[in-house]
Design a protein around this ligand. Sequence first.
Ligand SMILES: [Mn+2]
Length: 271
Amino acid sequence: MIQSAVTISLVTQARGGPFVYWDDLAGSMQRAKDLGYDAVELFFPGPDAVDRSELRRLVDEIGIPVAAVGTGAGMVIHKLSLTAEDAAVRERARQFIREMIDFGGEFGAPAIIGSMQGRYSEQVPQELALSYLVEALHDLGRHAARHAVPLLYEPLNRYETNLCVTVAAGVKLLESSGVANVKLLADLFHMNIEEQDLAAALREGGAHIGHVHFVDSNRRPAGCGHLDYAPIAQALREMNYQGYASAEAFPWPDSDAAARQTIEKFRELFG
Ligand SMILES: [Mn+2]
């Protein structure tokens, strides 16, 4: 059964970014629970930003689990990247993600590698950048396995990376490199820019897809853009997708309205 989730960001430097709830962790988790979400996806400044026993208490008392944790703050705040030219920066990026994996792992939640993948450039040509990325996925996938959670790798659109911009490219990267315990994150916003046919791309991803960012063509909540969700939902059902559809959307027109809009669209599509 597909599960619903909604994003909460505590990263002030990411203000204006596509997260439904902001700043107030306890209040946002309670709002998510009240609206009927199955889980929350968390975007924190780093592994020490939130007290773990406090989060454990909120998860237990409110009764809502953590679907996944983002690692993008490593890029936004610390300018880290797994494909940086400087080996020390690449290692710090890996260490930041390792610690986020450990943090999420305590809550049974996988970490997401999105913007931390970086991009290739004149200084770090495509083949070299991809080799850095694969090496990191090998290492971090193994690390995540210690917590019995996968690592989530997210292809992004062309304005945010040039490494993997389609689901098919992600599949090829995973299969050709033989990395273990790494799943793809299919983000419908990125896919709307890059894929010819979103439903076909999801089917092609198949069992490689471990998480979905459920959002519309313009990063507004599902139903507030021009995506055609019926074939997307059909594909996810036929794939027997059991993961999360997580609202990574702008708080448009505001956080509660965005959360309510998304869960209503989710129920309309998945019952
Ligand atoms: Mn995303």
